[in-house]
Design a binder for this molecule. Structure first.
Ligand code: GLP
Length: 243
């Protein structure tokens, strides 16, 4: 627990850098990093860029997999998760664009794309560290309440609460928010060798309590991390109000 969102971001960014540098990635043995979007990781990405500029981390041998993407938004739409990731992180660091994996919500065969995404994760040896945020309803990636804890990368209909919460990025107009997304499954996240979650703000307090003080429950999908041997939650004081 850190006092505020800024210190949460710094803690998480420094944690990632320490893990990457200790691992010592090479081209034969890249560090495979799972990444989220949303407002929660923005501070983490800002600090990663800051440390990259100081020469304290390189992304040359990091392979990334993003958690999710909207269906039907062009890649270059300002609110696509492609744009988000390039604007907040990738364009500022030395990552090889071939090492960036983001689901394509505009292809003909979405299901096949999801299957290939899972296969690619396996092909690079699995995800070493999956960074995540959560929705106020406790969803991880776009694994909305009721998602199977065994779920894999797939097409998902967004919950009304999520559409409402994300409308702020679409000028407050819920009709502009895509209703479908591609998302890694709960099991995809849980397969990572380590899972690290950022939870900040009073609006996430109930979700944090459900996640760690109640049973593993598919209605609060992030609660699955209780079963993970190596998981970390970094939260601010505001998010602890219901504990
Ligand atoms: C979306 C994303 C999630 C993210 C959540 C919370 O639903 N698919 O990965 O955790 O938003 O976003 P924020 O951090 O903006 O609260």
């Amino acid at each position: 627990i850190r006092p505020d969102a800024t210190s949460v971001a710094r803690y998480m960014a420094e944690y990632i850098i320490a893990r990457v540098n200790k691992f010592g990635p090479t081209s034969e043995r890249p560090f495979v990093l799972g990444l989220p979007t949303g407002s929660s990781p923005i501070g983490v990405y800002r600090i990663l860029v800051e440390y990259f500029k100081k020469g304290l981390i390189s992304f040359k041998h990091i392979v990334t997999f993003n958690m999710d993407e909207y269906v039907g938004l062009p890649k270059d739409h300002p609110e696509s998760y492609h744009s988000f990731m390039w604007n907040h992180l990738f364009k500022h660091v030395d990552i090889d664009p071939n090492n960036v994996n983001i689901l394509d919500g505009n292809c003909d065969d979405l299901e096949l794309r999801c299957l290939k995404f899972e296969q690619k994760i396996l092909a690079v040896g699995g995800i070493e560290l999956f960074l995540g945020g959560i929705g106020p309803d406790g969803h991880i990636a776009f694994n909305e309440p009721g998602s199977s804890l065994q779920s894999r990368t797939r097409v998902k209909t967004l919950a009304y609460e999520t559409i409402l919460a994300n409308a702020r990025f679409f000028g407050g107009d819920i009709t502009k928010v895509p209703k479908l997304a591609l998302t890694v499954g709960v099991a995809t996240v849980m397969d990572a060798r380590e899972v690290a979650i950022i939870i900040t703000g009073q609006h996430k307090a109930l979700a944090l309590a459900k996640c760690i003080e109640e049973g593993v429950n598919h209605m609060w999908t992030v609660s699955a991390i209780q079963l993970h041997p190596r998981s970390l939650i970094v939260c601010d004081e505001d998010a602890t109000l219901e504990l």
